[in-house]
Design a protein around this ligand. Structure first.
Ligand code: FNR
Length: 194
């Protein structure tokens, strides 16, 4: 079977983002079942209806919408900021929501959400907000919860999760997500008869 086209969105624009490291480790856990593409969000202009028209919509926004639309599924790995999601992620979601009527690029999109922070509850509150936003937009957000409290050394230089119980937990999380996403993905167009 063709690998699943997975759009990975990291909700941080920080150079040494912990969430980017986690996202890379998760992609690794997906192995050859996924063809992952990290979708940029840090170059999107702040949403304004003034530039949201066919003439004025920035090229980066068009690219973002296209990359999410073309994916079979989306994995969002995000920090929590002030018990919600970072503005850079909300901005990207808002742009995507305007791409077409009723939910834009998010509608019907299978999504998994997770995230990490050094705090004790590892982005739990931010993820609840994200689940609500994507749900309202019609995404099929995976059930289950994965809140990762980041400790130094949790992910090594190669992107391997060093703590065995965390690794096993996240492997199961990715396995569940990929199984659902594979089941729901649009069938490949049938090969034409010669
Ligand atoms: C934070 N951080 C944070 N952490 C947390 O667990 N809950 C929170 O509500 C917040 N709030 C918050 C607000 C702002 C403005 C900043 C800058 C930071 C800490 C945050 O989890 C930490 O900086 C992470 O390292 C951010 O993730 P990335 O950028 O490393 O992926």
């Amino acid at each position: 079977m063709n690998p699943l086209k997975l759009a990975v969105i990291v909700g941080s624009n920080r150079r040494d983002s912990l969430n980017r490291k986690l996202a890379e480790a998760l992609v690794r856990l997906g192995g050859n079942r996924v063809a992952a593409h990290f979708v940029r969000i840090d170059d999107l202009a702040m949403y304004s209806i003034d530039i949201d028209s066919d003439q004025d919509r920035p090229e980066a926004v068009r690219r973002f919408n296209r990359e999410v639309s073309e994916a079979d599924a989306v994995l969002v790995v995000t920090p929590e900021f002030n018990r919600s999601i970072p503005a850079v992620l909300k901005n990207a979601i808002d742009w995507g929501s305007r791409a077409a009527p009723r939910g834009g690029v998010w509608r019907g999109k299978v999504a998994a959400i997770t995230g990490t922070s050094p705090g004790a509850i590892g982005t739990a509150v931010g993820q609840q907000h994200l689940r609500q936003i994507l749900g309202v937009l019609g995404s099929l957000v995976m059930g289950g919860e994965a809140y990762i409290s980041f400790k130094p050394g949790l992910i090594d230089e190669d992107g391997t999760i060093t703590d065995e119980s965390t690794r096993d937990f996240l492997q199961a999380y990715m396995d569940d997500f990929l199984a659902v996403a594979e089941k729901l993905r649009a069938p490949a167009p049938a090969a034409r008869a010669a």
